[in-house]
Design a protein around this ligand. Structure first.
Ligand code: AN7
Length: 368
């Protein structure tokens, strides 16, 4: 039985036999082959979606939250707190509810997907919608937790990063090697930091013999790392990554530079196109933020970035070509954000309850 990421990767995590493990059996998410997309690169490429939307609260945050909440409980706290564009608050509220901790969350008013708000409220968190953005909310919770007895569970809490690095372990365990390229959306930059930490630790432990290039993607209207300065008023329909001053900015740049990767940006139009492409051609429904990294991949494919990129490996019979492997981290489920889904896909056709009404829209061939 899968027992969650702490039990699965205990020897790589800062826990002891005394740590009270709070888990919803998160992790163990699938690597779904994205064959339609891979064909656009060529016959020698494999693309995988790591569908983190299949975690218990439907986002990658659960990997970090099981660690942060377990350690908070171990330290004897009675309450946890976070700022959030939605997913962190949903996850914090769920894990806190499981072990009797109070949970306070501050979200930007009007800029959080409906499903995420419903989750935080359902799990009993005290939810404050601030007249401001995520960066304002993060500033507030940092100050409150510095002055009062409450544990901050944003990714500035190092245990969040520790838990989230298990995603990298799972990819390497499943593939038997690291991917060549790791595509990931970037908001507050905790996740790209965590994956890089996971890959480098597995490398140091001798579990893998090379490292992937880290390919991070921001939305054009909220791309401080790409632009090289804080964005005072971040804007994007991908509200999860609507962040102008990421907490792990330096660590994300370090991951990019050490891996020979890149951090780029894509427009909201590109994000919507990738969001629809995944749903219509790969059968995978994510929230828009995830589509930022797929939009980045689609753009690099169009630009011919992967031409002649098939890697060679040295084996007993000399150099042989192996397939190029690309993994995209799909961080949250599409059901989180029904408003954007309906906006980009239209509404059902309303008809009278007759067969003719259906046939008027869809000309079906009669059976012989
Ligand atoms: C679906 O919930 O910041 O770069 O407060 O929900 O680690 O911040 C969410 C971020 C990507 C960006 N995809 O990850 C929050 C929050 C989804 C997300 C990101 C988020 P980071």
């Amino acid at each position: 039985m899968w027992r969650g990421v702490i039990e699965q990767y205990r020897e790589h995590l800062p826990v002891t036999a005394d740590t009270p493990v709070v888990t919803l059996r998160e992790g163990n998410t699938p690597l779904i082959p994205a064959d339609t997309l891979a064909r656009e690169i060529g016959p020698d490429a494999e693309v995988y979606f790591k569908f983190e939307g299949l975690n218990p609260t439907a986002s990658f945050k659960d990997r970090g939250m099981t660690m942060a909440v377990s350690k908070a409980l171990e330290e004897g706290t009675s309450a946890v707190m976070c700022a959030s564009t939605g997913n962190t608050s949903a996850s914090a509220a769920a894990y806190a509810s499981r072990c009797g901790l109070d949970c306070l969350v501050i979200i930007p008013e009007g800029n959080i997907a409906l499903g995420k708000l419903a989750q935080a409220l359902m799990h009993g968190a005290k939810v404050f919608a601030v007249r401001g953005n995520f960066d304002d909310a993060l500033r507030m919770v940092r100050e409150i937790s510095a002055r009062y007895r409450i544990t901050l569970v944003n990714s500035v809490n190092p245990f969040r990063i520790e838990g989230q690095k298990t995603g990298a372990f799972e990819i390497c365990d499943a593939l038997g090697e690291p991917p060549d390229y790791h595509f990931i959306p970037v908001g507050n930059a905790g996740n790209i930091t965590a994956y890089w930490k996971g890959y480098t630790e597995y490398h140091a432990a001798g579990r893998i013999d090379r490292l992937p290039r880290m390919m991070g993607w921001q939305a054009e209207g909220a791309a401080p790392i790409v632009r090289g300065h804080v964005v005072e008023k971040p804007e994007t329909l991908a509200t999860a990554i609507r962040i102008g001053n990421p907490a792990s900015w330096k660590q994300a740049e370090a991951a990019r530079d050490a891996s020979g990767g890149m951090i780029g940006m894509v427009s909201d139009a590109d994000i919507i196109a990738a969001y629809q492409y995944m749903a219509r051609h790969e059968g995978v429904f994510t929230e828009p933020a995830c589509a930022a990294c797929v939009a980045g991949l689609m753009r690099l494919i169009r630009e011919g970035y992967f031409r002649n990129a098939v890697p060679a490996v040295s084996g007993p019979a000399g150099k042989t070509a192996r397939k190029l492997r690309i993994v995209c981290i799909l961080t949250g489920h599409g059901l989180k954000d029904p408003d954007n889904a309906l906006k980009s896909s239209g509404r059902p056709m309303v008809i009278d309850p007759t067969i003719e009404a259906v046939l008027e829209h869809v000309p079906l061939a009669p059976r012989a």
